[in-house]
Design a protein around this ligand. Structure first.
Ligand SMILES: Cc1cc2nc3c(=O)[nH]c(=O)nc-3n(C[C@H](O)[C@H](O)[C@H](O)COP(=O)(O)OP(=O)(O)OC[C@H]3O[C@@H](n4cnc5c(N)ncnc54)[C@H](O)[C@@H]3O)c2cc1C
Length: 398
């Protein structure tokens, strides 16, 4: 598809979206919000132009854009009201790219456009009570029965499961293989008989993640993503895109055209604290880090899209994004003084959400391990169970 100029893109977006004003405030990462309608409306409006996932092929709801056009469109979209797309982010940012890399043509035809248009919501059933950082320890089993697979086990921390139509589910298909090799990835309709979703309440009072119990749930072999035994490779694609933050653009501060001061800084100005020297210093440091963080995330997301093989840059991007989120939340909350302790106080919901940012999508420690080993070339961690059959591991024996 030929490249459009900045003015053409802006004028096309102007015809379908409302412009942001300096006062526009939207939630980030769904914190404190259960709204699905704004996101659905926005995605349904932008899908024909391929504006939200520009690098996807046109027939799947994108516009076949190059990484540089994608970056330009992303920058210009920030001038418009793009709602918080948290409920849709797994499909847009993780499952979609994984399907483009590992899905069959039929799977791409069936699932990508509904993701891009907001018609279907996906969740990610990876973590289990004993498989979080050590994700390859997944125990939920899948046994083949002709053209179907029978899934049984338990997942936990499954964000968005209570809204989802589909899940991408990592399962153990061959316990006699070493832990990374006996895994396979499936798509699972969340309303399949035998699937039970039990929401959990978080400390910020959202109930956005769930335990999911699976008892003899049947899925079609044609819903398997990638080959049998290739689940780890597919999972790594999903996680690298999660860390790079691709597709989850939307929400956040007002950033109207010509207004250079982000909303969180004008909020501090309104509280009357941004004029003091010490606060100004802190605000400047956070602003500088925040800008670098956005560029790093953009670079990691572009690299992942362009190569189809996301690298460790996503881990650096995730660490920076988390630090930015926390620094902004804590500074804003402190600015409110004792009022900040109340649930309607400034930065309260973000402060209650902030610790989870260091856990979801892989903890800070795990991101640092990845950077240490894959970027700095430091010696790897001892991995005593890497080559043994999973069945002989402690988890496999239980
Ligand atoms: C808000 C939220 C949403 C989530 N959404 C989803 C979701 O949608 N789908 C999904 O599948 N999962 C989801 N998760 C789960 C998340 O991916 C896991 O919580 C995370 O990977 C950590 O696993 P764990 O909780 O089992 O902790 P553990 O792995 O038990 O880790 C406990 C502590 O030990 C540290 N640690 C563990 N291993 C190492 C190591 N090798 N080196 C150094 N330190 C180590 C960790 O950093 C951590 O501090 C979500 C979590 C949260 C908080």
């Amino acid at each position: 598809m030929s490249d459009l100029t900045e003015d053409q893109i802006r004028s096309d977006l102007d015809s379908i979206l409302e412009r942001r004003s300096a006062g526009t405030r939207l939630t980030t990462m769904g914190a404190g919000s259960d709204d699905l309608d704004d996101g659905r409306r926005y995605l349904a409006t932008t899908v024909d132009g391929g504006w939200h996932v520009p690098t996807w092929p046109q027939q799947h709801g994108g516009r076949g854009a190059s990484p540089s056009q994608n970056a330009l469109i992303g920058r210009l979209l920030r001038e418009f009201v793009v709602p918080d797309l948290y409920p849709f982010a797994i499909g847009l940012g993780m499952v979609g790219p994984a399907l483009l890399a590992h899905g069959t043509e039929t799977q791409q035809d069936e699932w990508l456009r509904p993701i891009a248009s907001g018609a279907s919501i996906w969740c990610q059933m990876f973590s289990e009570p004993e498989a979080g950082s050590d994700l390859a320890n997944v125990a939920l089993k899948a046994d083949q029965d002709g053209e179907e697979w029978v899934l049984s086990g338990q997942k936990t921390w499954t964000s968005r499961a209570m809204w989802a139509d589909w899940a991408i589910c990592l399962a153990r298909t061959d316990p006699d293989q070493p832990k990374h090799k006996g895994l396979t990835m499936f798509s699972l309709p969340i309303d399949t008989p035998g699937v039970e979703v039990r929401p959990l309440t978080q400390m910020n009072r959202d109930a956005h993640f769930s335990e999911v119990f699976v008892s003899d749930a049947r899925v079609l072999d044609s819903w398997r993503i990638g080959e049998r035994g290739e689940g780890w490779r597919v999972a790594m694609t999903v996680l690298a895109h999660e860390r790079a933050g691709g597709g989850s653009r939307g929400g956040g501060d007002g950033n109207a055209r010509g207004v250079r001061v982000p909303g969180w800084i004008s909020d501090l100005q309104a509280l009357g604290v941004a004029e003091e020297q010490v606060w100004r210093d802190e605000v400047s440091k956070i602003y500088a880090h925040d800008s670098v963080s956005r560029w790093t995330s953009q670079r990691a997301a572009d690299e992942a899209r362009a190569t189809g093989v996301p690298g460790p840059a996503g881990s650096g991007a995730k660490l920076r994004t988390v630090k930015s989120y926390k620094d902004r939340a804590y500074l804003t909350n402190r600015s409110g003084g004792s009022y900040g302790m109340l649930s309607e106080g400034p930065g309260y919901i973000e402060t209650m959400t902030a610790p989870s940012m260091s856990i979801r999508g892989g903890t800070d420690e795990i991101q640092r391990n990845i950077l240490g080993e894959r970027v700095l070339g430091l010696p790897g961690e001892p991995r005593l169970d890497r080559d043994a059959p999973w069945r002989e591991s402690r988890r496999g024996l239980l």
